[in-house]
Design a protein around this ligand. Structure first.
Ligand SMILES: *Cc1c(COP(=O)(O)O)cnc(C)c1O
Length: 340
């Protein structure tokens, strides 16, 4: 194992620090260049870039994990490659060949190996690929050039306190329209969510729950994570909607719940007025991993699931199975792990 950077691994939050190398590739005249590793963490782009004015940009988030024997591995990076290209199609940006995407991630992780936290710290290396429209272009239209960049930072758990339940409040605002860009990982959805997040925090909640924008009756997202619930007859349920961001963690849990835990699983509507059907609930995503939901505030009612202080048994098993695979302690379904 290479030398580790001088970092307090046990007390990492989710905040930016500059690591040593990042990857940058440019698309121009109809094609991508080969891309290269650079040390500068500043991008120099035209003031007329579409990413700055018209939100023509999308991003990804994935992690590198240190295993018990010191190796480093990625969790399902080809799924991130596929998803960034769905965002690219939706916003009229050039697609990134999947192998180019994964190769860029591998280059960045290898070059910043000293920042991959040690096994057992619970910390990971968070990898942030982004695709942005750049170049001189003031009229509304796709950019003449694009940048694909990948950087990484060591992170602790996203929600402070790790596997302890967090309370959420239902937002009055929407993050995405029914046939808008909710299913694409684009910055615009996040810009639209900042105010709701601010209000939720101000009222003492971890984040907010978004309902379906058309009827405001069905749960869509939990902040920047997907929702799941465990029914009283042990079914793993997660909402289905074209404006939900298709979480790779969520689809992994659907598989693990069925194949490893023997639960029934379904993607279907989750009504905010019928939270009683669940004995446990959680939020899932790369950054959030699995965050148990203690309770949900909706209008003047506060609904508690398993407990506000303790984590339910199914949520615990799902967490242990997912993390066991990600950190290399459990055998993974074929193709889920890419070794660095
Ligand atoms: C990224 C993201 C998620 C989680 O997706 P993962 O692939 O599991 O990391 C969930 N909701 C939103 C809005 C997101 O942007």
């Amino acid at each position: 194992m290479s030398k580790l950077a001088n970092i307090d691994w046990d007390n990492l939050g989710f905040s930016y620090i500059k690591t040593d190398f990042r990857y940058v590739s440019t698309w121009k005249d109809g094609k991508w260049d080969n891309g290269q590793l650079v040390t500068d963490n500043k991008l120099s782009i035209s003031e007329a870039s579409t990413a700055l004015h018209y939100g023509q940009q999308c991003f990804e988030g994935l992690k590198a994990y240190r295993t018990k024997n010191g190796d480093i591995q990625l969790f399902r990076p080809y799924e991130n490659a596929k998803r960034i290209n769905l965002g690219a199609q939706r916003l009229l940006m050039p697609e990134i060949p999947e192998d180019k995407f994964v190769e860029a991630v591998l280059q960045v992780v290898r070059a910043n190996e000293a920042y991959v936290p040690p096994y057992g710290s619970g910390a990971t290396l968070y990898i942030r690929p982004l695709l942005i429209g750049v170049g001189d272009n003031i009229g509304v239209g796709p950019a003449p050039e694009y940048l694909f960049s990948v950087f990484c930072i060591p992170v602790g758990p996203y929600f402070k306190g790790g596997m302890t339940p967090v309370n959420f409040i239902v937002s009055d605002f929407d993050r995405a329209a029914p046939y808008g860009t909710g299913a694409a990982k684009v910055g615009g959805n996040y810009a639209a969510s900042l105010y709701s997040y601010h209000l939720a925090k101000k009222s003492g909640f971890g984040d907010c729950i978004y309902l379906d924008p058309l009827t405001h009756t069905r749960i869509e997202e939990v902040g920047s994570a997907n929702f799941f619930g465990i029914t009283w007859d042990d079914e793993f349920i997660t909402p289905k909607s074209p404006s939900i961001l298709p979480s790779i963690t969520k689809y992994s849990l659907l598989y693990l719940a069925e194949e490893y835990l023997g639960l029934k699983v379904a993607e279907r509507d989750v009504l905010i007025d019928n939270l009683n059907e669940f004995k446990e609930a959680g939020a899932c995503g790369t950054a959030a991993v699995i965050t148990p939901i203690g309770g949900i505030q909706y209008k003047d009612k506060f609904h508690v699931f398993h407990s506000e202080t303790e984590v339910g048994p199914n949520t615990t098993k799902l967490y242990n199975t997912l993390c066991g695979i990600q950190f290399g302690d459990l055998e993974e379904p074929a193709g889920w792990i890419v070794r660095v």
